[in-house]
Ligand binder design. Structure first.
Ligand code: GL7
Length: 862
């Protein structure tokens, strides 16, 4: 018979089992217990960092209980599950978020205080987990928070890079320098491991990397040969090459005010054996060591490029390593349920976050055909009902294409499968459009050339059940430009939209606790209610008319500005005028995002103030402009923009004529935690991409949720924000998306000298060339991108940009009206909760239902 379970005395188990700590005394006890045992330290030698570690370990214990409970609940109830495959998860810090989601922040604060520590200082000890570049990776993190909060059975799958996004340093000349981000060198208490944590981060002893989940590992093959079997089964044998091991690390994702705690599984690569014994025996010691090096290298570093592809073999290896390990894991979990394999899509939906995980499509085909021995058609049916593809950009330089020779070398069997998919696909196209050679060429998965390339977006599209963009305009551009032929062929209903969202937990409650408290008080609602139903913010609208409420609202903004000023003081040693309007642009540096337009606007304003009399200046409302963001290390023009900003800041901030009216700061090393300080402090923020280039943007939502007004182009999610908050509450400018193509054509074929077309901008460029901000020749390559070609249309939009900023000045003069705008903006941001977005994926794409785990520990009766 079945072995008795639990072993031993059930009562003894029950009495010994603990549940989540919820009161301050037991929380304090658990923190001290971690100080004593996990850290092997004492009261007398505990510093803030030690206190952070102990508090984090104590919180982690609580999360593990919920997490175990949740996973057991899922296993027992066999729901349909969804998996979010993303090469980036830009998580930021974890402790504060976990405390808030558990509803235990106050208790921990008290506990920590009793032990002699200040919670703020303790939270500051944590390093960001920065396993992402920007919006795409942060979106994935918001979606995990919302999945858990909405009690949806969703797991994330990603890579556990040893080095996250580089640390940005700014040299004295204003150049960006990159330093590695060894985020794991301090132990990471946020990963589950079955073994106790024995690392002492500040004791200068050797720190082993985190302990792996040795129970969850898979083998992944690269290179070798793929031999088609001599029968007509369509199967092949893939053998030889390199085999690498994938080891799982689990990160707990707590939901907000629920015990549901989901999982983010990150894979680390390691050599299958420390040595390749065959080479070792043959005496080739060096090669043996080399192969172990190359295995570990796969997950060593996050590629720091945003919106560009470089075709590097190691990047392709990352993509395959991650998709192959994840699929094996997903299949194993599915097989544990003992269902026929053809039911796979009834139990599993897999969301492809951009084209990075597209190899999952041929990989699942390979498994189903070569290993499960299904027919091609059965396999294809399963595949095309399992995957969903989200496109995140229409910029041509960001569309992934892999050279066929590289794919043939690294993944010979997958290349065969891709050719087969292409063959069957083009045959179907040919049947629908007989003789249309042009169309076949356009739609082929293979781009002709020397060498040929595989078009990953097309593969993702035809291998998926549905395709979506990330804002209304962007989804329309996907349908009418890059995937136009596919919409015609497959029908429009496959191509949808899910407008992005952000989690109001991190991006309001956590980063702006005072505003969160004011909202709860005003709505007379627990925050657990409105944070999970953000449309409730609408009820703030009438309070825009309440002078007392407006005063409280404005005072909170003011204190957030002071908090930011304090941060600048601490990290840059500079004094910020907190009476000024705070104007913020924070995002990756990119020509399409047009930080150049902003800095040229700042110079324009500076020149204008210089010309004024002291009396005229006194009528101005002072402005402080903040920039932050990283440039891809090889993106020369973007780096030059940083250099220009830093040097303009140096000149302007030191000019006694102007410094009281205009100042400028570039905050180095932008990160999620820096964003959490900047966003609540903004009066206005800039989202000024050339129309049609920013797929959505998500920081625009964060600023508006915190009552900052938006200056922007008619692009991405700006459009939907304006629809929600009202066009009179945003400052729009610039040409619209449909005009862009024609303008670019004119630039190329009927160029008008910039002096004629936009004298104001020409003057700014000439001042830069002339050396007002240091040697002008340094900036020539940047200036000539505008003087010649001007692909991103700065000369077309500059005048209306300046006009929009003038309207901002005008509006700011009427403080009452301004605060009303701020309140109305926040009140109308309900749509942009990532809860709404994830529910759209769950309902319209994955067909997924929420599952609430039991509220009491059920471990014994498992
Ligand atoms: C991006 C888009 O550029 C950005 O507008 C969008 O908000 C984000 C999330 O959907 O995805 N696409 C992309 O390739 N990156 C983005 O941030 C890197």
């Amino acid at each position: 018979g079945k072995p008795k379970w639990p072993r031993g005395d059930e009562k003894a188990w029950k009495e010994a089992m603990r549940d989540v700590d919820t009161d301050t005394p037991s929380i304090t006890r658990s923190i001290v217990s971690h100080v004593q045992t996990s850290l092997a330290r004492q009261a007398y030698n505990l510093d803030d960092f030690g206190a952070y570690q102990a508090a984090a370990l104590s919180v982690r214990d609580n999360l593990i209980l919920n997490w175990n409970e949740t996973q057991l609940g899922y296993t027992k109830r066999e729901p349909k599950r969804a998996y979010y495959l993303s090469l980036e998860f830009l998580m930021g810090r974890t402790l504060d978020n976990a405390l808030l989601n558990l509803g235990l922040k106050d208790q921990y604060k008290d506990g920590v205080k009793q032990l002699g520590f200040n919670m703020e200082d303790v939270l500051e000890q944590e390093r960001d987990a920065a396993l992402g570049n920007g919006g795409l990776g942060r979106l994935a993190a918001c979606y995990l928070d919302s999945s858990a909060s909405q009690e949806l059975p969703v797991w994330g799958y990603g890579l556990r890079y040893r080095y996250g996004i580089f640390q940005q340093l700014i040299s004295p000349e204003g150049n960006q320098l990159e330093a590695p981000d060894p985020w794991l060198e301090m132990q990471n208490p946020w990963e589950a491991s079955h073994l106790p944590v024995l690392q002492h981060a500040r004791l200068d002893i050797f720190l082993p990397p985190q302990l792996p989940r040795l129970d969850v590992t898979y083998e992944v093959r690269f290179y070798g040969n793929a031999d088609r079997l001599p029968d007509d089964s369509g199967r092949a044998l893939w053998h030889g090459g390199q085999e690498v091991l994938a080891v799982a690390y689990d990160v707990m994702i707590p939901g907000c005010y629920t015990r549901n705690t989901n999982n983010l599984r990150l894979w680390e690569s390691k050599p299958k054996r420390g040595f390749d014994l065959n080479s070792f025996n043959a005496g080739d010691y060096e090669r043996a060591v080399e192969s172990s090096n190359s295995a570990a290298a796969i997950t060593s570093v996050l590629y720091p490029n945003d919106h560009t592809t470089f075709g590097k073999e190691l990047r392709l290896k990352q993509q395959y390593f991650w998709t192959a390990a994840s699929l094996q894991d997903i299949l194993r979990r599915f097989k544990n349920m003992d269902k026929p394999i053809t039911d796979f899509p009834e139990y599993v939906s897999i969301q492809l976050n951009d084209t990075h995980p597209t190899l999952a499509i041929p990989e699942l085909m390979r498994i189903l055909i070569d290993e499960e021995e299904l027919s091609w058609n059965t396999a294809w049916h399963i595949v095309t009902n399992t995957f969903f593809y989200t496109n995140h950009t229409v910029l041509p330089e960001a569309l992934e294409k892999w050279p066929v020779p590289l794919m043939e070398h690294l993944l010979p069997r997958h290349m065969q499968i891709i050719y087969d998919i292409n063959l069957f696909f083009l045959q179907a196209v040919e049947r629908k459009y007989p003789g249309d050679r042009d169309r076949l060429g356009r739609m082929s998965l293979i781009e002709e050339g020397f060498p040929k390339h595989v078009r990953m977006a097309y593969l993702a599209c035809i291998g998926s059940r549905k395709v979506n963009g990330v804002a209304e305009l962007h989804s329309e551009l996907v349908r009418t430009t890059i995937l136009k032929d596919f919409v015609e062929f497959e029908g429009i209903s496959k191509f949808g939209n899910v407008t992005n969202g952000i989690t109001p937990r991190r991006w309001l409650d956590q980063c702006n606790p005072e505003l969160s408290a004011l909202i709860s008080k005003t709505l007379k609602l627990e925050k657990s209610v409105w944070l999970k139903d953000l449309y409730k913010l609408k009820d703030l609208l009438p309070f825009a008319e309440d002078p007392h409420f407006r005063k409280e609202w404005a005072a909170i903004k003011q204190r957030n500005k002071e908090r930011l000023a304090q941060h600048v003081k601490t990290f840059l040693g500079l004094e910020v005028n907190t009476k000024a309007m705070f104007d913020v642009q924070i995002k990756r540096l990119h020509e399409y995002k047009r930080q150049n337009l902003n800095i040229f606007g700042v110079i324009h304003r500076y020149l204008a103030i210089k010309k004024m009399t002291p009396e005229e200046r006194k009528k101005l409302n002072p402005r402080v402009v903040f920039f932050a963001g990283k440039a891809a290390p090889a993106y020369y023009i973007a780096k030059l923009t940083i250099r220009l900003i830093v040097n303009v800041a140096r000149v302007i901030n030191a000019d006694p004529d102007t410094k009281d009216y205009l100042s400028l700061y570039f905050l180095p090393d932008y990160s999620v935690s820096v964003a959490e300080i900047l966003i609540p402090a903004s009066d206005i923020s800039q989202h000024i991409s050339t129309a049609g280039t920013e797929a959505s943007g998500t920081s625009n939502m964060k600023f508006c949720l915190n009552g900052g007004l938006l200056v922007g182009t008619v692009d991405g999610a700006n459009i939907e924000i304006a629809e929600e908050v009202g066009e009179n509450n945003v400052f729009f400018f610039g040409h619209l998306a449909p005009a862009v193509e024609e303008l670019r054509y004119q630039h190329l074929y009927h160029p008008v000298p910039i002096e004629e077309k936009c004298p104001a901008l020409a003057n700014v460029l000439n001042q830069v060339s002339g050396g007002l901000f240091g040697d002008g020749s340094v900036y020539e390559p940047l200036l000539s991108t505008i003087r010649q070609g001007d692909y991103y249309l700065l000369s077309d939009d500059f005048d209306s940009y300046i006009a929009a900023l003038a309207m901002v000045d005008e509006a700011y003069l009427d403080n009452t009206e301004w605060v009303k705008k701020s309140i109305r903006t926040t009140a109308n941001m309900g749509k942009f909760s990532s809860d709404r977005a994830i529910n759209e994926y769950a309902e319209s794409y994955w067909n997924l239902e929420a599952i609430k785990v039991p509220t009491t520990s059920n471990f014994l009766t498992g």
